[in-house]
Design a protein around this ligand. Structure first.
Ligand SMILES: *Cc1c(COP(=O)(O)O)cnc(C)c1O
Length: 432
């Protein structure tokens, strides 16, 4: 990160929708300081234009080809966000019954929903069969058996893909790598043929596709192509057995810029993928993608106020009012997020540990950041649109932040700040 000065503002990760003008950080046409003042902090702020631009980068890359984009909604499942994507034509990759209920709540099309996840429960299968999802991405043989039983009992046929674990290295953080042998996800590619044979024999199932999801924050195209090759070999073997698949799902995982990464553009991925499909005579195949982070990550920031600047012999701490319960990624993944002052200042720069108020040493948001800040200033934690609010919790009896969606010079409060009543809802003291 380049040290910021009042004369030379830093470049926000979410540009062009987040930018400095006259020393103030804006989202679209709204100064972020105004939102912090109106709603308080911590506050998640999203840009509708940034969401649309991210969607458009997929739409442009797809052109007229047969691709279904299913937003990996665990990245951000606020109703306003998924409603926006549904209206843009997106399908959804869900990992729970709760996520399906959200899709249905905004009037999303269940026939564009794929259901992933290693631990699907009976009620979740029933709910998804009732809704009529496009496909279950099945992650184990016992799941195949359970799904078939549930479908038979309901008098339905469950469309299935097997989530294959292609054993490729996504070259990303081990906690967000999912396509290696040692991960819990998917069915090992070596036994996939046998699992498909079993699936075709089960009465409640119809085999429709193949699926993989190799990890997250991937910035190279090669791991996708390695996985694709393995899936295409599997499809060829299946074809010999008389099993024809209608779609191939390459999962999500496209990386974004947090610091100085070069993100993997959808057009780069799709051009390479369709070249392979063409070469193998499979251009007619429907491709499914499940991007999460790349659709929302840089469309959001987390605003937080500096409570105290605490000088110790060892370090300088900027103690802010957002903690690991509001944004867990640094504590969970050692993740790097940019930190920008919402109003630029000329005070002397100091290298800070940016930490929250939660009683844990893991409660930090950023290490070693040179900042020109004073007590009471508002900071924007960048790239917080994905895996931000959705991972927020109540630890230390802290209510979860409010969320605002900016649209040009307008904004909408899309989730209220939680109150004490929200925190204790459903709790009960023992009878006296
Ligand atoms: C998390 C997840 C996604 C989305 O991943 P991103 O890295 O956010 O694009 C897609 N598919 C599955 C199965 C997932 O678990």
């Amino acid at each position: 990160m380049t040290p910021q000065t009042a004369q030379q503002p830093p470049v926000p990760a979410g540009q062009p929708h987040f930018y400095y003008k006259d020393g103030q950080l804006y989202v679209e046409s709204v100064p972020l300081a105004d939102l912090a003042k109106t709603y308080g902090t911590p506050l998640y702020v999203y840009s509708r234009a940034a969401l649309r631009a991210a969607w458009q980068s997929y739409a442009d890359a797809i052109g007229s080809r047969k691709v279904l984009v299913c937003f990996g909604m665990k990245a951000n499942s606020n109703l306003a966000i998924i409603d926006e994507f549904a209206r843009l034509g997106s399908g959804f990759d869900i990992v729970s019954g709760g996520e399906l209920a959200r899709v249905l709540a905004v009037g999303g099309d269940p026939s564009k929903v794929v259901f992933s996840g290693v631990g699907k429960q009976v009620w979740e299968m029933e709910q998804a069969l009732q809704a009529g999802v496009k496909c279950f991405n099945v992650e184990s043989v016992p799941e195949l058996q359970r799904l078939s039983e549930v479908a038979v009992r309901m008098g339905k046929i469950a469309p299935v893909s097997l989530r294959v674990n292609p054993d490729v290295d996504a070259q990303t953080h081990p906690y967000i790598s999912t396509g290696l042998k040692e991960n819990k996800f998917g069915i090992a590619i070596e036994v996939a043929l046998a699992a498909y044979a079993q699936a075709t024999r089960l009465p409640g199932l119809r085999v429709v596709g193949v699926d993989c999801h190799i990890g997250s924050q991937i910035t190279e195209v090669s791991p996708y192509l390695d996985a694709l090759d393995k899936l295409l070999d599997l499809m060829a073997a299946l074809k010999k057995e008389g099993v024809e698949l209608a779609h191939l799902d390459l999962g999500g995982g496209l990386g974004i810029r947090y610091d100085d990464e070069t993100p993997l553009a959808p057009v780069t991925l799709l051009t390479a993928v369709f070249e392979r499909l063409q070469a193998r005579g499979l251009a007619h195949l429907q491709l499914v993608l499940e991007p999460g982070r790349s659709l929302v990550g840089n469309a959001g920031v987390l605003l937080t106020d500096v409570q105290y600047l605490k000088h110790t012999e060892d370090r300088d701490f900027a103690i802010v009012d957002a903690g690991m319960n509001d944004l867990m990624r640094p504590a969970l993944y050692d993740a790097w997020h940019g930190v920008l002052p919402v109003v630029l200042s000329d005070v002397a720069p100091v290298v800070y540990e940016v930490v929250g108020p939660v009683c844990e040493s893991a409660d930090w948001l950023a290490h070693d950041r040179q900042l020109r800040i004073s007590q009471g200033d508002t900071l924007a934690i960048e790239s917080a649109g994905a895996y931000g609010f959705v991972m927020a919790g109540h630890y230390n009896s802290r209510g979860r932040p409010a969320e605002v969606l900016v649209d040009g010079s307008d904004w909408h409060l899309v989730r209220q700040r939680e109150t004490f009543e929200d925190l204790i809802r459903g709790e009960q003291m023992l009878p006296r």
